[in-house]
Design a protein around this ligand. Sequence first.
Ligand code: DX5
Ligand code: ZN
Length: 225
Amino acid sequence: MATIIAPSILSADFAHLADEVKKVTVAGAEYIHVDVMDGSFVPEITIGAGVVKDLRKITDAILDVHLMVEHPETQLESFAKAGANIITFHVEATNHSHRVIQKIHELGCKAGIALNPGTSLSAIEELIEFADMALVMTVNPGYGGQQFIESMLGKIHMLYHMIDEMETDCDIEVDGGINAETSVLVREAGANILVAGSAIYNSADVAQSIKDIRGKEIVHHHHDE
Ligand code: DX5
Ligand code: ZN
């Protein structure tokens, strides 16, 4: 599976957001990762659906919205209407994950389920067949520029095999501390969508950093091969 790069605009210059988005899409980034924080599920507050609506006007890239909010069910409609393509919510933030997935699909978007580093894969086992994507957080959500938690590699690997054995389609996205070095590790473990904020936006050569994070294609061997 080809790797998809999802630059996180959390590390971009918010005063020049349109330019910051163009900068990464002309360099080949497929997704734009939008980090939505509510000051409750995570300490900071970032951006809302209004920003997504304006971004929708200036890019054709897939808008990959990562909701780090309590009560995600109350936010789905505004982000879908704003033009989000993928809406990912945290399973820790709702008692009704399955219903949230259904609602995201009804709104015409792809549904992602996110897991904090401290949350076990068992929390999403029954959801994988319904979700389009599972997001394994490789840092604790809330801030850009944190250090990659290496023990998450085992979780990614287990998830990869779980999905393979279920013979279902579910992308594996990773988010937090992804750079050229950690990219190789997470891709070997089975991730195919890589979010990167500081490694891309703090780089002097954005195109080169995207290229470095994308790396060389890794071939996986499935259980039935
Ligand atoms: C963290 C956000 C990430 C963040 C990643 O809570 O979900 O998307 O922007 O930043 P880096 O790539 O700098 O770890
Ligand atoms: Zn994110």
